[in-house]
Design a binder for this molecule. Structure first.
Ligand SMILES: [Zn+2]
Length: 91
């Protein structure tokens, strides 16, 4: 199912890790991408559509990434790897 196809009620696991995509008109599973902008989880397709939207992508690169040092969307593995790296470089 693509974004826009879903017209049902909100699923109980909407926007949760490995649950249903946070986009109301999608809600596909598994939601394995965490959006640092909305603090919710998204499916592969919606993550790509949102993260690589030219305007949104430019905005994140310009205003957020220099401060936070990571992309707008990350998987659990990407966040864990960053945390491990941070820990390893701590004195
Ligand atoms: Zn989605």
């Amino acid at each position: 199912m693509a974004y826009g196809d879903y017209k049902g009620p909100d699923k109980p696991d909407k926007g949760k890790e490995n649950g249903s995509c946070n986009r109301t008109r999608c809600q596909c599973a598994p939601a394995r991408w965490y959006n640092h902008g909305s603090y919710s989880w998204y499916c592969d397709d919606c993550r790509a559509q949102i993260e690589f939207d030219p305007v949104n992508h430019r905005y994140w690169k310009l205003w957020h990434e220099p401060k936070c040092g990571h992309p707008q969307f990350e998987t659990r593995e990407m966040m864990d790897a960053r945390a491990a790296l941070r820990k390893a470089t701590e004195v």
